[in-house]
Ligand binder design. Structure first.
Ligand SMILES: Cc1cc2nc3c(=O)[nH]c(=O)nc-3n(C[C@H](O)[C@H](O)[C@H](O)COP(=O)(O)OP(=O)(O)OC[C@H]3O[C@@H](n4cnc5c(N)ncnc54)[C@H](O)[C@@H]3O)c2cc1C
Length: 472
């Protein structure tokens, strides 16, 4: 598809020459242009026509109206850290990058809420909240690049869901532009509003298929007074779950409960050139973060450590002595994605299960892999306290990339059948995007998928917003 000169002029007069770029006009180097039509999946080749950088909701609405009149598909683009292909533009689309929409719009010191444009980088939002004496708790390894709008569009989770929940719990209000260019505003900044359907929730986790989020009002909380990191070696998988159960008997709030295998720890040690923090080898490790409010809380933590050692749930454990050591401990967990994706070819899966079904699922999964794919190694880690496993299959050296991915495609449906059997979900927090849309039926019934289609039709009648994502 080529864009007529008249249409190019229309967009240029709307946004100015420096905020709209065309595939066939080399105002920007090709690699940078294409990078706005992709994410971290690295599976799809971007190929799109127009890149736009609106500065406010009205401009987003004008761009969508332009696309609507000219039947051009639209891809909303955030920080492009997604793992599901949701921000991939590969079919002549117009990409709407929110990256120039990063302003604070309002602050309510009474409730503690912040209204910002959706393109604000998540870490900057953390800073803005802290400067006002508050705390925004959604955090994970990509928040230095992800946008708050992208986080809402994927209903992001992260490392502290076990205490604070998913981002859905923190969204008070949204402003969105629908597939016709209409601007809708939901709820504003109020806490209580039982006036019919709470429509903002439709947009949270909708991966840009129902509307473009342009502004959001987020609830803030108080920062934990202090915290402590406990890094432990665990002798077997069932002990991880027992250990989690044991944290319920503590009076200290648990902020994070993350696990990794020896395989993952070794990959981080190799990639980041850091020492092994444990003197003895163990198959599993659990990193826990606790909130500490007063000195006596440290005693509670030591007595917890004694109990879990006595009960045999852990074989070794270290309590970070200072914030520097705490940061180092976190690196062993947060460095895993980077260590395995840069040094190896991996097929990622982000799944969730009820905790009590974790062990039987993993036994079934192990049996499946060893009978059908004996050469595959698995990097297993994740937010285990939330029932969330990152199950990454690592390519054996002697297999070509093409052969590896084709074999993984065959493993996926068998794994999703096992997930169904154990009441799990095929996507815990990364979303469906392009990557998992053919498998949506493993987690959603055909009646549910039909309702999703009807909702999409009502908000995006020409199917222009991120078409082909989520829905098969
Ligand atoms: C190292 C690493 C660790 C990660 N850890 C986690 C984790 O712990 N938990 C977790 O949940 N995720 C994690 N992710 C995945 C990813 O960071 C999240 O999905 C994040 O929320 C995506 O935000 P983004 O701004 O990068 O969105 P993008 O990748 O740009 O887009 C994601 C989807 O949202 C849509 N979108 C983006 N902005 C908007 C908008 N303003 N309006 C409407 N639609 C929009 C896009 O079209 C796309 O469908 C991780 C990623 C990396 C690279």
């Amino acid at each position: 598809m080529s864009i007529s000169q008249e249409n190019k002029n229309k967009l240029k007069s709307l946004l100015g020459e420096d905020r709209v770029f065309f595939k066939d006009e080399p105002q920007m180097d090709q690699a940078t242009f294409l990078s706005f039509g992709t994410d971290r999946t690295k599976v799809y080749v971007p190929d799109y026509e127009i890149l736009t950088f609106p500065k406010n909701t009205q401009e987003v609405s004008e761009i969508v109206k332009f696309a609507f009149e000219n039947d051009i598909k639209i891809v909303p683009s955030g920080g492009r850290t997604g793992y599901a292909g949701g921000a991939v533009a590969k079919s002549g689309e117009i990409v709407i990058s929110l990256s120039k929409m990063d302003q604070v719009l309002d602050f309510d010191p009474f409730f503690g809420s912040l209204t910002v444009q959706a393109g604000m980088i998540t870490k900057n939002l953390h800073k803005e909240a802290e400067e006002r004496g508050f705390y925004f708790p959604v955090d994970f390894a990509a928040t230095g690049s992800s946008h708050i709008g992208g986080n809402i569009a994927t209903n992001a989770g992260g490392v502290r869901v076990v205490h604070y929940g998913l981002i859905r719990q923190w969204v008070l209000g949204l402003k969105v532009v629908t597939g016709t260019g209409e601007i809708l505003e939901f709820n504003g900044e109020i806490l209580k509003n039982n006036t019919g359907y709470d429509l903002k929730h439709l947009f949270i986790g909708s991966e840009g298929t129902l509307g473009i989020i342009t502004e959001c009002t987020l609830k803030l909380t108080k920062k934990p007074v202090d915290n402590r990191i406990l890094f432990t070696a665990v002798p077997d998988f069932p002990s991880i779950l027992e250990l989690f159960k044991e944290t319920h008997n503590m009076s200290l709030p648990i902020l994070a409960f993350e696990f990794l295998t020896k395989y993952c720890l070794d990959k981080v040690i190799d990639h980041l050139h850091v020492p092994d923090p444990f003197s003895e080898v163990s198959p599993y490790y659990v990193l826990m973060e606790f909130e500490i409010a007063e000195e006596s809380d440290d005693e509670k933590l030591f007595s917890f450590l004694e109990t879990i050692l006595e009960k045999g749930y852990v074989s070794d454990g270290s309590l970070a002595q200072n914030s520097r050591q705490a940061e180092t401990f976190w690196k062993y967990r947060e460095g895993i994605s980077e260590s395995i994706s840069i040094d190896y070819t991996v097929h990622k899966n982000d799944i969730s299960l009820p905790l009590r079904n974790m062990n039987p699922f993993l036994e079934d999964m192990q049996a499946l892999l060893s009978s059908k794919y004996p050469g595959f190694e698995v990097a297993l880690f994740g937010h285990i306290g939330d029932g969330n496993l990152h199950l990454n299959i690592v390519k054996p050296k002697d297999l070509s990339d093409a052969e590896f991915f084709s074999q993984c495609k065959k493993v996926d449906p068998s794994m999703f059948e096992l997930l169904q059997k154990h009441h799990g979900s095929i996507s815990a927090e990364h979303g469906i995007g392009l990557l998992k849309k053919d498998f949506l039926h493993f987690s959603r019934s055909s009646a549910e998928i039909e309702v999703m289609r009807l909702i999409k039709k009502a908000l995006d009648p020409k199917n222009l917003l991120n078409p082909g994502k989520i829905l098969p």
